[in-house]
Write a protein that binds this ligand. Sequence first.
Ligand SMILES: Cc1cc2nc3c(=O)[nH]c(=O)nc-3n(C[C@H](O)[C@H](O)[C@H](O)COP(=O)(O)O)c2cc1C
Ligand code: SF4
Length: 433
Amino acid sequence: MNTVQSTTITTATAPGCEPRLLVTQQGREDLAAYRERDGYRPLADTDELLSEVEASGLAGRGGAAFPLAVKLRTVRDNGRVAHGAVVVANGEEGEPASIKDRWLLRNRPHLVLDGLRLAAAIVGAAKAYVYVSEPESAHSVETALGELDPDTFGTTTVSVVTVQPGYVAGEETAVVRAINGGPAKPTDKPPRPFEAGVDERPTLVSNVETLANLPYLQHHGAASYRSQGSPLSSGTFLATITGAGRPTVLYELPHGLPFTELLALHGVSPDQVRGVLMGGYFAGLLNQRVLETSLDHETMRRFGSGLGCGAISVITDECPVAVAASVLGYFDRENAGQCGSCFNGTAAMAAAAGALRDGAATTEDVDRLRRWSVVLRGRGACATLDAATNVAASLLDQFPNEVAQHLDGACQDCAGHPFRADRPYAADAVRQA
Ligand SMILES: Cc1cc2nc3c(=O)[nH]c(=O)nc-3n(C[C@H](O)[C@H](O)[C@H](O)COP(=O)(O)O)c2cc1C
Ligand code: SF4
């Protein structure tokens, strides 16, 4: 294992996995260092690069794993009709348990900017934005922009937009709304950003890790990109691992790595593992069956879960009921308060799960929680309610014994000091450093 201690975030790669993003270095990579790695290579043929992106199978790293090539092609084509397109590197990283995007922005701002440059060239964008909420990330990108020749981006103008952090602030319609001068809160869809986004132009909103893969693709091509990963989940990905009483580590891993191998890297015995919270707070809980999984989209889907943004919190000593109650409490506080179903639904689910944690719930409360976890799915302007229903449904499905113990008031873990956290498994130490 190749381990690097950066100023604030410990990074590591799996044995035999040549890092593409977490390359060995200390601190911010400046322009000279990035150019030494062959960055900002001239791009002669945008269609050729788009074909490579398509052949690579590169999927978005912001949570939904949507194919980047499809978004690029759609925004390019819509932009031709609308006489202009916009590209946005989404580095807001609202998931408390994730640290990858700010690592890239702080340490490899030129890699992100190079990816943004390539995306802008493919879609023919007149404007490009880097959208962040963390001051250190903003400073790093501003400094990198200051180092660049003005013509690096051709005729595309590049701006950094900084917003207040929040769980919903990185949702794509919130991103567009904030760049257009409004609050960083989601709007109804349609239109989606690829139809009408910033300045009403077709807009590509892509996660910074997604874009950071483009320079590798330009340099090495799709076949090399696919030399790591599984057939349906190509390449490497960044995984923020929290929990298990261990310090947070940011890993670059090949898709398809067995979960038990990640545990070994992280120094956690499989015997300790009760389950995981997957995809940050989005994909819900998974019980000990996680030990049978590998880290790729197809396997995670088969287990009813998801990799999401690659944040995985390993649950060892905490009671899963208490973990779910904390996460639902977070959604209750962090939802944008715009949609009745979400505002009321997250409050009701948080209250039911909190009562269950505290031994004050009845079977009717649990039945209600189960019903809400079904009927509230898909409601609201953004997918926050889906995240909350994932957490509630997975708790009830994956941990029936713990739920029953709580109904009987017999959970030993929660007897004295139940797990309570405003932002469970938040990568706080590194966020504040
Ligand atoms: C509630 C909510 C919050 C989100 N927060 C982020 C975020 O912080 N960063 C991010 O890149 N994507 C976030 N997303 C996903 C974006 O809407 C969008 O799908 C993503 O930026 C697209 O990039 P990708 O295709 O590269 O994954 C969020 C989605 C939802 C529903
Ligand atoms: S679904 Fe919830 S978080 Fe999303 S916009 Fe509506 S109120 Fe806000």
